[in-house]
Design a protein around this ligand. Structure first.
Ligand SMILES: NC(=O)c1ccc[n+]([C@@H]2O[C@H](COP(=O)([O-])OP(=O)(O)OC[C@H]3O[C@@H](n4cnc5c(N)ncnc54)[C@H](OP(=O)(O)O)[C@@H]3O)[C@@H](O)[C@H]2O)c1
Length: 341
């Protein structure tokens, strides 16, 4: 198939491009040419800004594609522009949405695609509006859209994240055998999908008419705790992780600008069902080795100078040192209370 990827050099989209090339599709990208990793020279790139709607649509009207995968659609206006560009002109349109359309707060765990929509952030609300418009076009006149909702997807093109957020100095802290922070008891579950595996899922949907008008969660089927993730990152770096658990409320209170993400989805267990996608798109069988994939992701960060040096940021050391002295303070307080009585 002649496939256009809007985006194509980022994290998930480079996994998609690799999967498309593996299946010998003819791939074209549309992006601004700003991303630090250009695609390989055999891939045609149309340069432009997707949010300059008139220019984008004019460029698209002079092209012909069988399928389009839209990685850069964040609101109703983006989706409306995609409809003007591609309606009645393509065989399949894939919209990249997000599980953040379900929350937080999420109504439960193992949420499937029937879960109530509850986007609270501008991001989640925008994706809900974009998805709605595209599904209406499917219902109205059969616009052949499929909506994918990834959960956390990692890989080259994006920094390896950790639960408490902050900057990327945590990778350097691990390398220097310094302790790292983890929120709460570290037992919140998340789903960590490699962009290679995500790419196979997106690619395998193409041309499948049973996927038209359908929404699919695309998470890793096996949830892991954040501490399992932190230990896997340490293993990828060939070090042991020393993890210091700190209640998330304390972290948010100390430095909301660093740890504020904990009050959104990163502070909660977040598990989504992959039953529907594995049934309808059986090729989606995540099989990338976690530690190997993390090595690849960290190598990308190193190549692009994205690992901050931990010696330039002492906040984490100060928090860890304060947390370690807390039991002593409590002990002293207790004695004082006992003495007073
Ligand atoms: N990673 C996750 O955990 C996750 C989870 C859920 C959903 N998602 C969704 O995944 C999508 C992101 O995909 P990704 O990971 O491939 O993207 P990404 O890593 O953010 O890369 C963005 C890609 O789009 C291009 N681009 C950005 N702005 C553009 C614009 N205005 N016009 C044209 N091209 C533009 C970039 O190239 P240039 O900069 O050169 O233009 C690059 O190719 C988003 O829709 C996001 O909501 C991601």
């Amino acid at each position: 198939m002649k496939v256009l990827v809007i985006g194509g050099t980022g994290n998930i989209s480079r996994g998609i491009v690799a999967a498309l090339q593996n299946q010998n599709h003819e791939v074209t990208l549309f992006n601004r040419g700003k991303h630090p990793d250009p695609p390989t020279s055999d891939i045609r790139v149309i340069h432009g800004d997707r949010h300059q709607y008139t220019d984008f649509e004019d460029k698209m009207h002079s092209e012909t594609f069988d399928a389009v995968i839209d990685m850069i659609s964040f609101n109703e206006e983006d989706a409306a522009s995609a409809l003007r560009a591609f309606r009645y002109r393509i065989e399949h349109f894939v919209q990249c949405s997000t599980v953040m359309t379900y929350g937080p707060p999420f109504s439960g765990i193992n949420l499937d695609e029937e879960a109530p929509l509850n986007g609270q952030s501008k991001y989640g609300l925008g994706k809900i509006a974009a998805d709605k418009l595209l599904l209406e076009a499917y219902r109205k006149d059969g616009f052949p859209v499929t909506i994918f909702k990834p959960s956390y997807t990692y890989g080259p093109g994006m920094d390896v994240q950790r639960q408490v957020g902050g900057n990327n100095s945590w990778i350097d802290r691990l390398r220097q055998n310094k302790p790292i922070l983890s929120a709460g008891d570290g037992l919140n579950y998340f789903q960590f999908l490699s962009s290679h595996d995500a790419g196979v899922g997106f690619q395998s949907a193409l041309g499948r008419s049973k996927c038209f008008g359908e929404v699919y969660n695309i998470p890793h089927p096996k949830p892991r705790t954040w501490d399992q993730w932190h230990h896997a990152v340490a293993e990828a770096l060939d070090v042991e992780a020393q993890i210091i658990h700190v209640p998330q409320d304390i972290l948010i209170a100390i430095a909301p600008e660093n740890f504020g993400g904990l009050s959104m989805n990163f502070g909660h267990t977040q598990i989504f069902s992959s039953t529907k996608i594995t049934k309808d798109i059986p090729e989606f069988q995540p099989k990338q080795n976690l530690v190997q994939s993390l090595k690849e992701n960290i190598a990308w960060m190193d190549k692009h100078g994205r690992v901050n040096r931990s010696c330039n940021d002492d906040l984490e050391d100060r928090i860890i040192s304060a947390i370690k002295t807390l039991p002593k303070l409590f002990e002293n307080n207790e004695k004082t209370l006992v003495n007073n009585n």
